[in-house]
Design a protein around this ligand. Sequence first.
Ligand SMILES: Nc1ncnc2c1ncn2[C@@H]1O[C@H](COP(=O)(O)OP(=O)(O)OP(=O)(O)O)[C@@H](O)[C@H]1O
Ligand SMILES: [Mg+2]
Length: 256
Amino acid sequence: MKSSNEVAEWRQTSSFIAEPKVYGRDHDKENIVQFLLTQARDCEFLSVYPIVGLGGVGKTTLAQLVYNDHRLKSNIFHTKIWVCVSEDFSVKRILCSIIESITREKCDALDLDVIQRKVQELLQSKRYLLVLDDVWNKNQELEFGLNQEKWNKLKSVLSYGSKGSCCLVSTRDEVVASIMGTCHTHHLSGLSENECWLLFKQYAFGHGREEQVELVEIGKEIAKKCGGLPLAAQALGGLMRSRSGEKEWLEIKESR
Ligand SMILES: Nc1ncnc2c1ncn2[C@@H]1O[C@H](COP(=O)(O)OP(=O)(O)OP(=O)(O)O)[C@@H](O)[C@H]1O
Ligand SMILES: [Mg+2]
């Protein structure tokens, strides 16, 4: 696989929350915000906080909730930066994204040293929150993922920020957290059956549309099939939206 160095558009994420309603993440969000406001703030070194969980469990959504929390205002973090990393952990691209996010100008520099110096200047004496969303580990199948050498290169520059700075990382892979050398990992579990049902229902019946009583019990059984994954609840809910007959719902309920 050749590295294109660019994240495919459909995989790109941003700090904006696209989901109209986020279910069941108050507790997770609170833990992370409190970490940022207390432990990270008192830490002499850059804190790294990984959120680890299955694909589609809601890691990016949780990171967005934290990023946009009203308590993390400019007197807490001078700068907030969101970088969508994806499979290719390119140190240069990540540094350029940081430059572009802070300066709002295109980063044209080609030389790593120049780019590193620029980021050092921009981060120096600033307390920042950096989200590295969707980080992958280098392994046999994935040539361009994160490894120790790349992390050390990036961290050497990130460490120029002020005390209290934090790097929030979302990843499916536990190895990423160990490469980054963090002492704490936030394991994100799936939604409860009820939360999954509420999300499924929102997609299946839509806003403002009357929910059909005869479909509710069947729907709850279908929602259980999602195994707590919001991505699955959305997809199955969306699928059921165009199927309003009880028979069709029963077919999906019975299917494996
Ligand atoms: N708590 C939630 N309530 C409602 N919708 C949610 C919730 N969490 C996630 N979603 C929705 O589910 C989908 C998948 O979530 P998200 O992209 O955050 O998962 P992820 O864990 O980051 O997945 P990946 O490993 O592929 O990056 C998104 O469309 C998101 O809007
Ligand atoms: Mg994600």
